[in-house]
Design a binder for this molecule. Structure first.
Ligand code: FPP
Length: 243
């Protein structure tokens, strides 16, 4: 992966890699006097819609923040519900991902999930590994700081082992240790629901990404919302530190 996105893609360009912080499920449910799980269920429908729309737009990689390393702080039953939805999503979506030539990837440490879910995720990743149409990346138990710390630790081990000189560590070498190392640079990072924070998502990768905060609650986000976001991206001037 190049350290910087390709400037030639700026100006009416299509983002190759779009990431979304899917926020607002709880507020969507609350506004309808429904339990939070109802919002998450609609959130999954939005995932299906938007993943399909992204492929139709030719977005190569869509990365979705489904469960952050901080989401364990939520009530136990909500965490259980989210795991259940994830299980259901993978079971019900796998055939479509496979037939649509989509590769499923996960970033984050999902090894701590229940063994059946780990197996389900591993199988889905393995079954779609050879697909080269588009990539759907789901961030599970993911935290950007933890990703950077893990990368640092691996490099430090190599320095300690005498196989890496500290002088050889640069952006490109560091990036190779990240879980996104083989994905195109992040072009566009969208957060729904009006919040304007990164919440520990893709901290390194967002260095030169265009940020877009929209008021739409995630369950209401659809193909048109994505098309509008892509259009906004195309109007942005990306200078990557130049003039
Ligand atoms: C934020 O809304 C959303 C989440 C923490 C989870 C996102 C999960 C899904 C959309 C469903 C599972 C995903 C997949 C890929 C199967 P919130 O609950 O923080 O909303 P609030 O801020 O309005 O309370």
């Amino acid at each position: 992966m190049a350290t910087l996105p390709d400037p030639s893609r700026a100006g009416g360009a299509m983002p190759r890699h779009v990431a979304i912080i899917m926020d607002g499920n709880g507020r969507w449910a609350k506004a309808r006097r429904l339990p939070r799980i109802a919002g998450h269920r609609q959130g999954v429908e939005a995932v299906r819609r938007v993943a399909r729309a992204a492929r139709e737009h030719g977005v190569e990689v869509l990365t979705l923040y489904a469960f952050s390393s901080e989401n364990w702080r939520r009530p136990e039953d909500e965490v259980r519900d989210l795991m259940g939805l994830l299980r259901h999503f993978i079971r019900s979506e796998l055939a479509e991902l496979a037939s649509e030539n989509v590769r499923l990837r996960v970033i984050g440490d999902y090894s701590v999930f229940s063994p059946d879910l780990v197996e389900l995720i591993d199988n889905a990743i393995a079954r779609t590994a050879g697909n080269d149409g588009a990539t759907l990346v789901i961030a599970l138990n993911y935290g950007g700081q933890a990703e950077i710390v893990a990368a640092t630790r691996r490099l430090a081990e190599r320095v300690r082992g005498g196989v890496l000189s500290p002088d050889a560590i640069d952006d490109a070498l560091f990036e190779r240790e990240l879980q996104t190392h083989d994905l195109p640079p992040l072009d566009l990072l969208i957060r729904t629901s009006g919040e304007q924070r990164l919440s520990n998502f893709l901290l390194w990768q967002a260095a030169y990404a265009e940020l877009l905060f929209v008021d739409t609650l995630w369950p209401d986000f659809d193909g048109e919302s994505l098309a509008a976001a892509i259009e906004t991206f195309g109007r942005r001037q990306r200078r990557f530190g130049g003039l």
